[in-house]
Structures are given as C-alpha cells and as structure tokens.
Design a protein around this ligand. Structure first.
Ligand code: ZN
Length: 264
C-alpha cells in the first residue's frame, strides 16, 4: 500500500512548473513531507484553495517507497485559520513560526509532539486577543526550538561549562547570551568573549520569560502570557541564536520585524 492518510498542516505552498503546486506539510503520521498537487495552479483546481499555508486538513497522498516527493490525492479541510490570515500581525508571527518549523524539521520523521505543538499554536493564535499575540508567539517559538532540539542552553555557561547559580536571577541586572555558542555566558567568559556581535544582553524579565517558556506547559503559561510583555531583546536573541544553530536566514523576518518594531 503506497496510499496514506493523515492529518496535516500546510506549511508552504509554492508554484511548481507551469501547472502544478509543490506543498510542504507537517503531518501527524509521517512528519514533514513534500507533495505535488497536480494542476494546482489552474483556476479550476478545487483542492488548491484547501492547500493554502496555515490550513489544517485531512490529507490522502501517494508515496512510493524512498521517493522524495509524494502526490496529493485528496484533501479535506479541518481548520482554515482565517483570523490569522486576515490580521497582519498574526500572519507575520505565524509565517516566522512556520519558516522556523520548516528549516528545523527533517523530512519523513514522524513527531507527534511537534505536530501537536504546531497545531495547538495555530489554534490558539486564531482565537487570541490581539495584545497576547506577541507573548503567545514567542512562547510557542521557544517550545518549537525545544522540541526540535536547538533551544538555548541555560543551565551552564556555554564556553566554560560552569553552572549558573539559579537563585541570583532577580539580583543580577543583566544576563549575557552567546548566539554563536547557543546559550548563557558566565561573567568571566563574557569579558573574554572574542565576538562582541554574538553577545546579547537579556534583562531578568527576559531571562525569566525564556526559562518559564522552557519549563511550563501551555496551560501553566497562560497567566504569564497576559501579565506582561516579553522584553524586545528576547526576540532579537532568539533570531540570532536560530540563525547560527540552523545555519540559515529567515525570509519572513523582515515582515515580522516591521510589526515588532512598529514600522509597518
Ligand atoms: Zn564561562
């Protein structure tokens, strides 16, 4: 049997040749897969509308063993997330999330936790009150980084390995993180660090938000998210950190920065 059926999120939709569409899905059953929607660029294609990025659907596809590309056979809409699509701030955050997901996930490796986390994020982003969009999105970006194994290392200095004294979070005025090495720096390594541009400062508020995001469940985090805005420098760090850890740039970042910096 080469025909499979699974729940899927559309994470990318690209033109492919004259008439087809190349789709990238995150599926519950088979992880990240790419599939061709034949004649998807034709205006008569009924499936093309269902296969827009952000949609959650029931997907039936055909895949030969060891083949790189699948063939989309049937799709059935489960959730279209229209509120995300019609609100530019939500769209900017979700586009960045999907791009980070795309670039940090290997193909053909089923990961139920990742699928649940991404579906959950889009579901709550769709319904969230506007002031919560930013904190909610940052929290889910950090969860994604954890699930895909490239979250910042916080328990010890990434250069010398010295454990970080946890009780001093509120006393210390600023924390240093190294985006190239991927985590927190002790003060003596901070002084010796050779690449100043890789060193980021984080306030206690930023550090607490980051650590809570890495240890609390979405339900436990709910109250935190509505309490206060996450510090701006936290997003800047996570972006630089991810660029190094994934060795990539993010196309959707310009769009997101325009919103977070209020220049859009
Ligand atoms: Zn150190």
């Amino acid at each position: 049997m080469n025909t499979h059926q699974t729940e899927a999120l559309v994470i990318r939709n690209q033109d492919f040749g004259e008439t087809d569409v190349l789709l990238t899905f995150l599926t519950r059953g088979a992880g990240k897969i790419r599939g061709i929607l034949k004649s998807g660029r034709k205006s008569t294609s009924k499936m093309a509308g269902t296969c827009q990025a952000l949609n959650r659907l029931n997907l039936t596809y055909y895949a030969k063993e060891h083949a790189d590309l699948s063939k989309v056979i049937r799709v059935e809409m489960l959730e279209s997330h229209d509120n995300i699509r019609s609100d530019l701030a939500r769209l900017a955050w979700s586009s960045f999330y999907l791009e980070m997901l795309l670039r940090s996930t290997a193909e053909h490796e089923a990961n139920e936790e990742l699928f649940e986390a991404a579906s959950f994020y889009l579901g709550v982003l769709e319904k969230a009150a506007s002031p919560e969009v930013r904190n909610l999105s940052l929290f889910h970006l950090i969860r994604l980084m954890q699930i895909n194994g490239f979250a910042p290392l916080m328990s010890q200095c990434v250069r010398c390995g010295k454990s970080r004294p946890l009780h001093r979070v509120r006393e210390q005025s600023v924390f240093y993180l190294d985006s190239r090495k991927g985590g927190v720096l002790c003060s003596s390594c901070r002084k010796k660090a050779p690449y100043a541009k890789d060193i980021h400062e984080l306030s206690p508020l930023g550090l607490i938000f980051l650590e809570k995001s890495m240890s609390l469940s979405p339900a436990e985090m709910e109250e935190e998210l509505s309490r206060e805005d996450s510090p701006k420098e936290l997003l800047d760090y996570l972006v630089e950190h991810s660029k190094y850890q994934l060795e990539t740039d993010f196309k959707s970042l310009k769009f997101l920065k325009a919103f977070t910096e209020g220049t859009y």
